[in-house]
Design a protein around this ligand. Structure first.
Ligand code: NDP
Length: 608
């Protein structure tokens, strides 16, 4: 379909119609319910294939701080606590090592789409130089380990240890953590960073259990079966195999190029194409890096967050697809608003936003034509939605993979795979024989909090966090929950909500936790709880702002917008961010913790 001849202006109306048609094609009544939990033959997808489980005796121990989740949230908070003089800190994680999402995701080609200079936290504190502008998963995992080593966070860590319950004990003013090792850890404070996308989900395709070949999810890559390794060694065992992959999201986009290179035949089952912008990766010059002034990372973080959220900076330090998207929209809004007689208001802003988005997406579709040799394949790889409707992707080898004769795109015209049987996959009445089936079907999002954590958090009077949040999340700063004293939730919603650079949120949050805990330990007032009034006031303050692009029901379905289902009040709460945007939130949080009053929190001495 041609909406635009590149010499001509874009027909915005025709584009809107096309976007609507494509969206409507994909809306399903079962929404999030179309996905299933890995059970039965797939139950092993929730296990850790990367380490041998070593039995040990249960531990009963009183500690100051438990950090549940040893990904960047736990690590950054641990580092900040250590820097603040809090030493009795223990990481707890079901994984065999630190790293969180970068521990689990070892699929070939895995890398971070956010530039390493801002994504990798605590670069200055750990004396680290990233090797490239965008780094691959093994380097990110190594960095997570480096943080743990630098700040002695391996000491006393409980790894390969899954929390089973987390319960507040009023009598001792401690959290009692019970684990699958039979441990009873009694922590004065708990910081919980279990990640937003950590539980693999599978498509509920009829017959999925019946496939007799080898099958796995991208977050548990089976190198023993495929050969190769996370550093990119060829997956030699696939050379004589017919491999199928279901999904074309951010994960699939990264692992399809190495799969296309190494598989006998590769079949990519696509429901919705991702938008693929240029990557332009390059090495980091060490001389240039050494010339950066102390404090550079803070400056870079602020610069990226400001530009990425529509603000102005004299220079774009990161200069990538993320800042490009935001600056285009911002500049278009400024241009529209500066026109003579322009009405300054939401409609003008929306038009400017849509126009710049249309332009960007035309470029992205044009890029497909430039790269993909086969016309029909190119047509099917074109995304027909606004760029931020789905996770934007950036890659310089993904589209090129479809020029390899053994790499086949099987487009399902928005319908998805029809069914799976013992020997393969059915699409549009055609059967594809497969030896291996890989699920790049993503992670649970928006399901009950306790289910995603893998354990329930029980606060005062037996109230669980899932019950407390049954009608939507309620916090102060996204971190403090009334009825759950001494608990800090490490994540971005109802706080900075900067999704283009998750770790920035985690460093700022960790810094706040360190201030609170060190203050409590110094004063002896070690029971800390947000008041009901402060929690309510925070929600009210956040509700005064507009919605983020996340949750937009006009978008093509996906986990960003609850698979296109109408949003409830609970969904709205679960997507809120600070009205002034991330930079304003980080400034606010810094002032809030620095003045020593910690407004909204009550500090009391334990009863005993
Ligand atoms: P996603 O949820 O983004 O993608 C799942 C894919 O499976 C989609 O393409 C979906 O199609 C497809 N799918 C689901 N059901 C079917 C079906 N029945 N038939 C055919 N296809 C189906 O998961 P990802 O793992 O790709 O990414 C999750 C998130 O992880 C990203 O959004 C990103 O936040 C993060 N990530 C970050 C990276 C980084 O650079 N930092 C790299 C990789 C991931 P449809 O689109 O139609 O729903």
């Amino acid at each position: 379909m041609t909406i635009v001849d590149h010499a001509d202006p874009i027909d915005h109306e025709a584009l809107r119609r096309k976007y609507r048609e494509e969206r409507d094609k994909r809306i399903r009544p079962d929404g999030n319910e179309q996905y299933i939990e890995p059970t039965g033959r797939f139950a092993n997808l929730l296990e850790d294939p990367y380490v041998e489980r070593v039995e040990r005796d249960p531990v009963v121990q009183d500690i100051d701080v438990a950090l549940i989740g040893a990904g960047f949230s736990g690590l950054c908070t641990g580092a900040r606590l250590k820097a603040a003089g809090v030493t009795d800190i223990h990481l707890i994680d079901g994984a065999g090592d630190v790293g969180g999402v970068w521990y689990w995701n070892r699929y070939p080609g895995a890398m971070c789409d956010t530039a390493a200079m801002v994504y990798l936290p605590l670069l200055e504190e750990t004396g680290t130089i990233p090797s490239k502008k965008y780094v691959f998963a093994p380097e990110i995992h190594a960095h997570a380990k480096r943080i743990a080593e630098t700040f002695d966070l391996y000491d006393g860590a409980f790894l390969s240890t899954q929390v089973k319950t987390l319960e507040w004990d009023d009598a001792s003013s401690r959290w009692i953590i019970r684990t699958d090792r039979g441990d009873e850890i009694r922590a004065r404070f708990v910081a919980m960073g279990t990640g937003p996308l950590n539980r693999p989900k599978l498509p509920g395709i009829p017959g999925i259990e019946s496939f007799a070949g080898h099958a796995f999810h991208t977050s548990r890559w089976d190198y023993e079966f495929t050969g190769g390794d996370p550093n990119g060694a060829p997956m030699v065992n696939l050379a004589d195999k017919r491999v199928g992959i279901i999904g074309t999201g951010a994960t699939a986009v990264q692992c399809i190029p190495p799969l296309a290179r190494d598989s006998g035949e590769l079949f990519v089952f696509q429901r919705t194409p991702s938008s693929i912008d240029v990557r332009n990766n390059h090495e980091i010059d060490e001389d240039w890096f050494h010339d950066l002034e102390p404090g550079w990372q803070k400056k870079w973080l602020r610069n990226f967050a400001t530009l990425q959220t529509g603000g102005f900076e004299p220079e774009d330090l990161v200069k990538d697809g993320w800042t490009d998207i935001a600056q285009r929209i911002r500049d278009r809004i400024v241009a529209e608003m500066s026109k003579e007689g322009a009405v300054v208001g939401p409609e003008t802003m929306l038009k400017a936003f849509e126009d710049s988005d249309d332009e960007k997406m035309e470029e992205i579709r044009h890029r497909v034509d430039e790269i993909v040799a086969d016309h029909d394949t190119a047509e099917h790889l074109k995304p027909w939605y606004r760029q931020l409707c789905k996770r934007p992707c950036f890659h310089d080898e993904y589209l090129q993979a479809y020029n390899i004769p053994t790499c086949h795109l099987v487009d399902t015209d928005g319908k998805g795979v029809e069914r799976i049987d013992e020997t393969g996959v059915w699409v549009g009445g055609v059967h594809y024989d497969l030896d291996v089936l890989i699920f790049a079907s993503g992670f649970e999002f928006g399901t009950e909090y306790g289910r995603r954590c893998g354990y329930e958090t029980i606060g005062r009077d037996g109230l669980t966090l899932s019950e407390k949040w049954a009608n939507g999340m309620r916090t102060m700063h996204g971190m403090h929950v009334h009825g759950f004293p001494n608990l800090f939730i490490l994540q971005l919603t109802q706080g900075g909500n900067l999704i283009s650079n998750i770790t920035h949120n985690l460093v700022e949050g960790g810094t706040a936790v360190a201030s609170i805990v060190s203050h409590a330990l110094e004063t002896g007032d070690t029971v800390v709880e947000v008041t009901q009034e402060a929690e309510d006031a925070w929600i009210q303050r956040l509700s005064s702002g507009g919605m983020t692009f996340l949750g937009n029901p006009d978008c093509t379905p996906g986990y960003y917008n609850k698979e296109g289902q109408p949003l409830t009040e609970a969904d709205r709460l679960n997507m809120l961010g600070y009205p002034g945007g991330p930079v304003a939130f980080f400034d606010y949080l810094d002032r809030w913790r620095s003045d020593g009053r910690f407004e909204g929190l009550e500090f009391t001495a334990p009863e005993a």
